[in-house]
Design a protein around this ligand. Structure first.
Ligand SMILES: Nc1ncnc2c1ncn2[C@@H]1O[C@H](COP(=O)(O)OP(=O)(O)OP(=O)(O)O)[C@@H](O)[C@H]1O
Ligand code: SF4
Ligand SMILES: [Mg+2]
Length: 304
């Protein structure tokens, strides 16, 4: 089975890129490939311009790409103290730092995520969800990566803690200049944090471009459907576009356009031919045969 198919993705230093799409579309699978945790069957991946052709290349690049996993609490060994959890990647990936430098880096990382160094002595099982998320972020940034991949960093947290983590990620990025890939269901958060966004469906990208173009003037029917389901504080008069049926099984990918079995605009050509990328008048790209004709702007007020 192929969870992610024929995608081309790039991210520059200091940039924040969002990856959105409904559950099961392949976001975490792609993240794992980008983090070197899963080998792609085909394709080319480079970190800082260097091709990653096998475990040896990844051993050297491991420090550069760090990931915060979808379920932070489960990714922390509950029997370990926070300090040990942060010490592990430092020992493995930063042999140039001695014990006293490692201790300084751990304190600095805990401070950066808003936890005092006293948290270093706490056991992982004693942390709240928000604290565990902060520790997971601290563990990823302690080795000073060039790219931080955050897979749904907010979904398990309540709204006030979400806002703190958003500010935290923004702050860390401003100070360190690292690039960030943010996987999130909350499109308002993506709009707030991301420079660019990729919209994924059944393991393929259907729309991409600057976050404000894609999220405020979506050209692809799938992006429009995703956006129309964002809760609005004030009624817009527009009915949400409800997608019929389930996401197809990745093993039974439809011919032509992958979205055609659920697309409200489907036409004969959609089963016969895979749409190319169409450049949109306002910027961005949409993989739909009719994208160039769908320029009617949509005001996603809840995203502003
Ligand atoms: N280890 C695995 N073995 C087999 N199939 C898997 C595995 N991990 C994911 N899949 C399948 O690959 C597809 C993509 O899953 P993935 O976890 O990447 O989706 P996602 O977009 O991250 O979803 P969510 O938003 O729910 O986290 C799904 O059909 C899933 O069932
Ligand atoms: S190519 Fe056809 S099925 Fe695919 S999104 Fe466009 S209209 Fe819908
Ligand atoms: Mg996922």
């Amino acid at each position: 089975m192929t969870a992610v198919n024929a995608v081309s993705f790039d991210i520059a230093a200091g940039e924040t890129v969002g990856l959105v799409g409904e559950s099961g579309c392949g976001k975490s699978s792609l993240a794992r490939v980008l983090a070197g945790l899963r080998q792609p069957q085909q394709g080319y991946l480079a970190v800082n311009g260097k091709p990653m052709q096998g475990p040896r290349d990844w051993r050297q690049a491991r420090r550069s790409v760090q990931m915060v996993f979808q379920d932070p609490a489960a990714s922390l060994d509950p029997r370990m103290r926070v300090r040990t959890l942060l010490e592990q990647p430092l020992r493995a990936l930063c042999p140039q730092w001695d014990a006293s430098q490692r201790a300084d880096k751990i304190d600095a990382a805990l401070f950066a995520v808003g936890l005092g160094s006293a948290y270093g002595d706490r056991y992982a099982h004693s942390l709240s969800g928000g604290q565990a998320q902060r520790v997971a972020i601290a563990r990823a940034i302690v080795v000073e990566p060039d790219l931080l991949i955050c897979d749904e960093p907010l979904s398990a947290l309540d709204v006030s803690v979400q806002a703190q983590i958003i500010n935290l990620l923004r702050d860390i990025q401003r100070r360190t200049g690292m690039a960030m890939l943010l996987i999130a269901h909350d499109l308002a958060v993506v709009r707030q944090l991301c420079d660019r966004v990729y919209v994924m469906y059944l393991g393929e990208f259907l729309e991409q471009g600057r976050a404000e173009d894609v999220l405020l003037r979506p050209a692809h029917p799938y992006t429009r459907a995703l956006l129309s389901c964002v809760p609005q504080l004030e009624p817009t008069g527009q009915a949400p576009i409800l997608l019929e049926g389930e996401l197809p099984d990745p093993g039974e990918r439809p011919s032509g356009c992958v979205f055609r079995t659920r697309c409200p605009m489907v036409d004969d050509i959609c089963a016969r031919s895979t749409p190319d990328w169409h450049r949109q008048p306002h910027g961005g790209y949409s993989a739909c045969h009719f994208a160039a004709h769908q320029a009617s702007p949509m005001i996603a007020r809840a995203l502003r």
